[in-house]
Ligand binder design. Sequence first.
Ligand SMILES: C[S@@+](CC[C@H](N)C(=O)[O-])C[C@H]1O[C@@H](n2cnc3c(N)ncnc32)[C@H](O)[C@@H]1O
Length: 210
Amino acid sequence: MPKAWIQDRKKEYYYKKAKAENYRSRATYKLSQAAMKYHFLQRGDVVVDLGAAPGGWIQAARKIVGKTGFVLGVDLKPIEPFPQEYVRTIIGDVTEPETLQQILAFLPRKADVVVSDASPNISGIWEVDHARQIDLATQALQIALSILRPSGNFFVKVFEGDLLDGFVNTVKNNFEVVKLIKPKASRAKSSEMFLLAMKLKSHSRVIEQS
Ligand SMILES: C[S@@+](CC[C@H](N)C(=O)[O-])C[C@H]1O[C@@H](n2cnc3c(N)ncnc32)[C@H](O)[C@@H]1O
């Protein structure tokens, strides 16, 4: 990572706030701001967090669901464990079919909410990064459709670009309410956005891969 970028980041408001409040990442606030505004995470929920390292979203979700809930974090990289019994983490690749089996083995019941901040290493080539991000979001959707209860919710990171409309339409086939949102904690100059999909429909589980 360029040195100037790291220095800029350290001066940034949410970076400092995360350090002061003992959160593992500034990304924590993206989930907590969205959840506070749209109420898609509730006390007692079972939550699966895809692309969860280092664990900021796990911390945000854990705070909302409390000890009557359950949070499972999944990432390619190991996540430093959490002491709470109702928070678990596994190493897994969301693009690999066996990861779904690993997730199912951990869940106490069907998930109420699936969130995904999974993101590829950024190449700097906009079309490539956009396509990779939509691909990861599609994999996250596949997992969500397999593990969510009826009327469950899905929150996923996307990048703006020409593949986004197709992805949004696929999500609309499967959920009653779908909206694109940009939490305040998401940098204005980044093409990152989040797709919030609420109320999984009981029919229509078709994913059209391009
Ligand atoms: C922006 S970070 C997530 C930050 C996290 N939400 C937090 O608050 O701490 C994106 C994560 O996606 C993970 N990731 C990328 N591709 C993945 C894949 N195929 N399967 C699982 N995780 C993946 C990366 O390892 C990285 O940790």
